[in-house]
Design a protein around this ligand. Structure first.
Ligand SMILES: [Fe+2]
Ligand SMILES: [Fe+2]
Length: 337
């Protein structure tokens, strides 16, 4: 390995480091940010730091045992899929980080990697308390639809991760916009629909959803927009990004409709699922400054559930009393590129 990767005294100044391409000097200086959104997101991610042990899982097994058979299946199939997302994201981020030139953006990605590992740990803690950890983590071996969704997500991650051009890096970033902004959402909604029946799972998902939606999604939306702005990205590449989110919508709805067909418990319809995923996809497109392309509906019940639980005040009042200044940072501008 070339030592310049670590120290390159004749490299470019930190304020000139682009996300794609270039030769950084090798210093991480949070006082000099080319973008500002990177250090804002870093601060918010830090302020949101949490540990699985903060969630009370002592009654999870008793609560789980009182669910109906279909509710238990929904619970297990949801965590089987969400836990894959975080495992895959950790590995993808480590690879995507290597494509990145700007050292501050790399630092934010390092913190994100740690948070994805924390999410993996939280699933293990929750499912251990529930008494079905081995069963849930092995479901991909027995359920073809779960296996198919995981495989398609992995395929999107793998498609452009070799890099080699700004266009490919942009499309690789798109895979992460899809992961943070699409592939988690019906799973989050299912657990919130179960809600008070499984408060341990609900509260764990509140913390995970806050990380994914309040910081990881804005991070990758900004990375996408910045790569696009800093390089002459071709129209055909933007078309490919649009195709990737259309694929993501299809992947999310295929698994959602499969679960609904197998375990119809909760007054969720296919139409409600479609409206929800379409609305989220349009929002993600707007976040990366592309035009919405899906039919738009009024905010759905499932979206309202997700938004309500993002307002974390009812998780643990003492926690927020002691972190009130940190929590207030949620309002900082993450989109100031
Ligand atoms: Fe995560
Ligand atoms: Fe994430």
């Amino acid at each position: 390995m070339d030592a310049k990767k670590y120290y390159n005294p004749h490299g470019e100044d930190i304020l000139n480091e682009k996300i794609y391409g270039g030769s950084p000097t090798g210093f991480v200086d949070f006082n000099r940010s080319k973008y500002q959104w990177d250090s804002n997101i870093y601060d918010l991610m830090n302020a949101n730091t949490w540990f699985p042990s903060e969630v009370n899982t002592s009654t999870e097994k008793k609560n789980f045992d009182q669910l109906t058979d279909n509710e238990q299946s929904i619970y297990k199939m949801t965590f089987a899929q969400l836990s894959f997302n975080d495992s895959a994201q950790e590995e993808y981020l480590s690879d995507f980080r290597r494509l990145t030139n700007n050292r501050l953006v790399k630092s934010v990605l390092s913190l994100q990697i740690m948070q994805e590992v924390n999410h993996s740990k939280s699933y293990a803690v929750l499912l251990d308390a529930c008494g079905n950890s081995d069963e849930v983590f092995n479901l991909y071996k027995y359920d073809a639809a779960l296996n198919r969704k995981n495989q398609k997500i992995a395929d999107q991650f793998a498609s452009y991760i070799e890099g080699g051009s700004a266009d490919k890096m942009l499309l690789s970033a798109m895979a992460s916009v899809n992961l943070e902004g699409i592939y988690f959402l019906l799973g989050f909604a299912y657990i919130y629909v179960l809600g008070d029946k499984v408060p341990g799972a609900r509260d764990m998902i509140k913390f995970i959803a806050r990380d994914e939606l309040n910081t990881h999604l804005p991070l990758f939306a900004n990375i996408f927009k910045t790569i696009q702005k800093e390089n002459k990205i071709q129209t055909s590449t933007i078309d490919s990004a649009q195709q990737m989110i259309e694929d993501a919508v299809a992947i999310e709805l295929e698994y959602g409709k499969y679960l609904l067909g197998q375990f119809p418990v909760m007054g969720i319809t296919e139409a409600l699922m479609e409206q929800t995923v379409y609305n989220y996809a349009n929002d993600r497109l707007k976040k990366i400054s592309l035009d919405p392309i899906f039919p738009e509906s009024p905010t759905t019940y499932l979206q309202q559930l997700v938004t309500k639980h993002l307002q974390m005040n009812d998780v643990r009042s003492n926690f927020f009393e002691s972190n009130v200044s940190n929590y207030a940072k949620s309002s900082i501008d993450l989109n100031d590129f």
